[in-house]
Design a protein around this ligand. Structure first.
Ligand code: ATP
Length: 369
């Protein structure tokens, strides 16, 4: 074995300035990304942003036009898929229907000519990991969707890859099962310490499971960070709109955090890269908007008068839609015990704190999917 060095252990996957073109379309565009050893990283973004293509290049099913891909510190560009320390789980479970659960899980090991004596133990262990040991002799057709996905996972983990790639693996499951599997997957990942790269367009899924999330847009990573950072300090209007909900207003930046918007003067106390005079987008999350029947005291900044046009009871929270005129509707979410007693048709004031106002350059793109 190679001598131990005192350098940090190599990252699980490194994509270095990778591009992939399909004709004129850059599915992946000069993308650089590091997956750390043992981390759960999600690629999150709308349909067509290049998530699957990125995954397929790591797996070796697609070849990049430019750039390099390293797994465990070594370039894998010349390495065929089955020789990379990488396995993939797809949304369609792709189990062999004519084989038993145990045979499905054993398949990869047999291909690698693992001794029979070892295979039995490894298969049992992999099925144990996903709590499917008692189903070893069943056929895939005799299993539920969730059970089939567990078997697919066991099959992908049985030879202990460095990296597991998961392409919307829970997409075919109903909501309740999906939420259960999210918890299970995360537990399994942290127990095994294998790096997971998880592709999803579901922000809730990404937020609940990931150590870090890469928000993708048009073949690039727009922001990479943990869930808190992505949620509370989005790097762009695109990220702000993709994760969680937002009220967006258009405006023009003034001095020291002031913005003149369609709905009046706003102010932000957050750092922003915009310059006075620049066209900007202002974002405020519904949960940071306060709603009152009376005009709030003090400043007129960050205050909008409107009319309640919708109230939705959602258990712990109550959601209000407020027509602010000029075809502007603001979304407000209050904790139910502190929600104002306002009904449809009532006049109301929306206001918020400068700390909760994000100001982004106006890049012309639609921010919400
Ligand atoms: P989805 O969530 O819909 O799967 P995605 O983010 O995974 O989307 P990709 O499947 O990576 O996106 O596709 C990125 C872009 O590349 C899209 O514009 C897609 O149409 C294009 N593309 C992907 N595969 C091919 C192909 N084999 N031939 C031509 N164009 C392709």
């Amino acid at each position: 074995p190679p001598a131990e060095t005192d350098a940090a252990p190599a990252d699980a996957v490194v994509l270095r300035r990778v591009s992939k073109l399909y004709g004129e379309v850059a599915a992946v565009d000069d993308l650089t990304l590091t997956v750390r050893r043992g981390e759960f990283l999600s690629l999150l973004g709308p349909s067509g942003c290049g998530k699957t293509t990125t995954l397929r290049m790591i797996a070796g099913f697609e070849y990049p036009d430019t750039g390099d891909i390293l797994v465990d510190g070594r370039s894998v560009l010349g390495v065929p898929p089955y020789k990379r320390q990488v396995n993939t789980v797809f949304q369609a479970y792709a189990l062999f229907p004519h084989m038993s659960v145990a045979e499905n899980v054993a398949y990869g090991l047999e291909q690698q000519r693992t001794p029979k004596s070892e295979i039995r133990g490894k298969v049992a262990e992999a099925l144990e990991m996903v709590q499917m040991r008692s189903y070893a002799n069943r056929r895939p057709t005799q299993l539920s969707g969730g059970q089939q996905q567990r078997v697919a996972l066991a099959r992908a983990l049985v030879n202990r890859p460095s990296v597991l790639l998961l392409d919307e693996p829970l997409g075919a499951l109903d909501r309740q099962l999906r939420e259960e599997m999210q918890v299970e997957l995360k537990l399994l990942q942290s127990r095994l310490g294998i790096s997971f790269v998880f592709v999803t367009h579901d922000q809730g899924e990404a937020l609940s499971m990931s150590d870090r999330i890469a928000i993708m847009r048009e073949g690039k990573v727009e922001q990479l960070g943990d869930a808190d950072t992505i949620y509370s300090s989005p790097a762009s209007a695109y990220v702000a709109g993709f994760v969680g909900q937002q009220n967006f207003l258009e405006g023009r930046a003034g001095e020291s955090g002031a913005v003149e918007t369609e709905l009046g003067p706003m102010r932000s106390s957050r750092p922003s890269e915009t310059r006075p005079g620049e066209r900007v987008r202002v974002a405020v999350r519904p949960e940071f908007v306060d709603l009152t029947a009376d005009q709030p005291d003090g400043t007129s900044e960050n205050t909008v008068k409107g009319t309640v046009i919708g109230v939705a009871h959602q258990g712990e929270t109550r959601q209000f839609l407020v027509d602010a005129g000029d075809e502007h509707t603001l979304l407000v979410r209050r904790p139910t015990p502190r929600a104002p007693r306002l009904d449809v048709g009532d006049p109301a004031w929306c206001h918020w704190s400068p700390e909760d106002v994000h100001v982004f350059p106006h890049d012309g793109a639609h921010s919400a999917p």
